[in-house]
Design a protein around this ligand. Structure first.
Ligand code: SP5
Ligand code: ZN
Length: 349
């Protein structure tokens, strides 16, 4: 069914939090490990992931944040707690730089919501999710594949330099984009998850080289509320290199397509030679936590328009919570990209 090189490592499944705080109570964690299992099972030949170590992660994330992520769950246990580590106090007033040992203080310091618990396997899974994005990128940079798909749970785009949030811990998308830039590529990121990619935006907000464009639910009504408004356009040297296209709940492919055309125009104007596509299938009409009305066949339309840019595309998986429909939705998107090995001799005549 799927026709594009896909990368995944089973160690990504180690992350399995039980619950998240939502509407004033605990509910089942929406970003379940079974999401990845479902998609992975739909690929006959997932490609193995290489280990690029911590260095590319540290080009995007602060070392103290990475160390926090690594030890947070065992620190939580050492404090006598059971279950998943989660914060409850956030330093929004002045004292963000205060360094404290207490695990609850550090959970507040390095997160911005109570929907992103740190479980026993969170570090291991996040580490391999980032390596998956880097391996899929390398296939493009090495000239092996024109485009590739990184099956990346845990997702990435809400995580910033020094914080987790929105089910995201390491920003796989930003890590790959930064690595591509360091390899001399001119990078644009197009984020088509239902939610605004506030972490990715924040990482590149003052960066003139990496364009960040996002189509998402209006943050006036949807998570993450504080970021993704149309007036956020980048700052300093990065002014004009962030483009937000918020859309109302109920959006269907017609209105979505108009926003997509505008987004693709910005990618063209940036003269990118590599596109990183942050793909969330939570724009699907049946997604349990989201409110757009895209149908399965719309993903092929969307992919076809993106493919018409005629750029290599690294597709990085973000959200999508209609688990039974997920593999088909991903397959539909990927079917819009042709699997072209770069070497023309490999294309059957
Ligand atoms: C990567 C991504 O799509 N993150 C989305 C994070 C949204 N989190 C806030 C929405 C909370 C909805 N939680 C519903 C739990 C159902 N059991
Ligand atoms: Zn999302």
């Amino acid at each position: 069914m799927n026709s594009i090189a896909a990368y995944f490592d089973r160690r990504q499944l180690a992350h399995a939090p039980l619950q998240e705080l939502h509407n004033g109570g605990w509910t089942a964690y929406a970003e379940k490990a079974s999401r990845a299992e479902q998609i992975a099972a739909s690929f006959p030949d997932l490609r193995p992931v290489r280990d690029y170590g911590l260095e590319p992660l540290l080009q995007v994330h602060d070392r103290d944040y990475v160390e926090f992520l690594r030890s947070a769950h065992s620190d939580w246990r050492a404090a006598g707690r059971s279950g998943d580590a989660i914060g409850y106090t956030w330093p929004v007033v002045r004292r963000r730089r205060l360094k404290l040992d207490r695990i609850d203080a550090r959970l507040g310091r390095y997160s911005y919501d109570a929907a992103t618990p740190i479980a026993e396997g969170t570090w291991e899974a996040s580490y391999w999710s980032a390596q998956t994005a880097l391996t899929a990128l390398a296939a493009i940079l090495d000239g092996e594949m024109r485009s590739s798909f990184a099956l990346c749970p845990p997702p990435a785009h809400h995580s910033g330099r020094d914080y987790c949030g929105g089910y995201c811990y390491l920003n796989n998308t930003a890590i790959a984009a930064e690595q591509a830039r360091r390899s001399g590529r001119r990078v644009a990121i197009l984020d088509i998850d239902y939610h605004h990619g506030n972490g990715t935006q924040d990482i590149f907000y003052e960066d003139p080289d990496v364009l960040f464009v996002s189509i998402h639910a209006d943050p006036a009504t949807d998570y993450p509320f504080f970021w993704g408004h149309a007036e956020e356009r980048g700052e300093g040297a990065g002014a004009g290199k962030t483009l937000n296209l918020p859309l109302p709940q109920g959006t269907d492919i017609e209105a979505y397509g108009r926003a997509l055309d505008e987004a693709l125009g910005a990618v063209r104007a940036h003269k990118a030679d590599l596109l990183v596509l942050s793909y969330g299938a939570d724009t699907f009409e049946e997604d349990p936590i989201s409110h757009f009305r895209l149908r399965r066949s719309d993903y092929r339309t969307i992919a076809g328009r993106i493919a018409a840019l005629d750029l290599p595309v690294l597709i990085v998986m973000e959200g999508g919570y209609a688990i039974d429909a997920l593999a088909l939705n991903v397959g539909e998107l990927l079917s819009g990209f042709v699997a072209e090995p770069k070497d023309a001799d490999l294309i059957p005549q």
